[in-house]
Design a protein around this ligand. Structure first.
Ligand SMILES: NC(=O)c1ccc[n+]([C@@H]2O[C@H](COP(=O)([O-])OP(=O)(O)OC[C@H]3O[C@@H](n4cnc5c(N)ncnc54)[C@H](OP(=O)(O)O)[C@@H]3O)[C@@H](O)[C@H]2O)c1
Length: 256
């Protein structure tokens, strides 16, 4: 596949780019700083200079791709959750237009926690969740991966566990942890696994060794409802009817 990685210079994205190349895909990265990207990414990665929050820079990045892996993200600065976590997904999907690709989107465990302190101050969960909704309604074949805490797992905790319903809601590492390289593996595996299509999962790792075949894990998940906008077991903590008009209009405009 010709895979575009959005957020390729990030701590998970650089594993995605490296593993994509290792597994025989062609990797393209949307990057904001070419010299930095050259230091971080495999030499065979095609670098396209652009900014996901500026749609005028995106046509070259999406041209001819078969798949998009989103691992970008903000870190709590005011306005960034909307501009980055949501805005980048919105602009890339819009730029793709009617073309159909395979999409793997990384958000976060706890993304449905609306009333917690972190979301109240950053709105990051809500904007990531709105990005998930854009992907679900976009008509692309997709998988949404909500990882637990990055690299809080011990070395002997490599057995991947896929959860649904976003029931781990403490907002700390006790909700589950997973290594960054394993998150990348799951995102990439989803692109070529039919059983991963239209699935939303929380991803953690527990004691034991990593599975060789991820297809049974994807296959055991409940698929997202065909005309729904959330994961199948998600709590309805962000009702669509109460969403701002602009958010609903953007969702409608991208619905295929
Ligand atoms: N840490 C955890 O335990 C944890 C758990 C679950 C989910 N998450 C979520 O994971 C996300 C990513 O975390 P990370 O540690 O990998 O972050 P990171 O290393 O800062 O990576 C973020 C990536 O997004 C890119 N990016 C930011 N704004 C962009 C834009 N406008 N256009 C294109 N690319 C843009 C960055 O590019 P530059 O290199 O150019 O800045 C970078 O490649 C965060 O939002 C976080 O909420 C984290």
């Amino acid at each position: 596949m010709h895979v575009l990685v959005v957020g390729a210079t990030g701590t998970v994205g650089r594993h995605v780019a490296a593993q994509a190349v290792d597994s025989g895909h062609t990797a393209r990265a949307l990057v904001r700083d070419l010299p930095r990207a050259q230091l971080l990414l495999p030499p065979s990665t095609e670098l396209v200079l652009g900014d996901g929050s500026d749609p005028t820079t995106l046509p070259r990045a999406v041209d001819g791709v078969d798949a998009v892996v989103f691992t970008h993200g903000s870190h709590g600065a005011p306005g960034d959750a909307e501009r980055v976590d949501y805005g980048v997904v919105h602009h890339v999907l819009k730029t793709l237009g009617p073309r159909r690709t395979r999409i793997a989107l990384m958000t976060s465990i706890g993304v449905t926690v609306h009333d917690g302190g972190y979301n109240r101050s950053t709105h990051a969960h809500d904007w990531k969740r709105r990005a998930e909704r854009l992907v679900r309604r976009s008509g692309h074949a997709y998988t949404i991966v909500r990882p637990g805490w990055f690299d809080y797992n011990r070395e002997d905790e490599r057995r991947l566990v896929f959860l649904q319903g976003d029931k781990r809601r403490s907002g700390g590492p006790s909700d589950g942890a997973v290594a960054r390289d394993q998150i990348a593996r799951v995102l990439l595996a989803a692109l070529t696994c039919p059983a991963a299509e239209r699935k939303t999962l929380e991803l953690i790792a527990e004691a034991g060794s990593e599975q060789e075949d991820l297809d049974p894990l994807f296959g055991a998940l409940v698929a997202d409802p065909p005309d729904g906008y959330d994961g199948p077991l998600d709590p309805d903590t962000l009702p669509l009817a109460a969403e701002p008009d602009r958010v609903r209009a953007e969702l409608d405009a991208l619905t295929r």
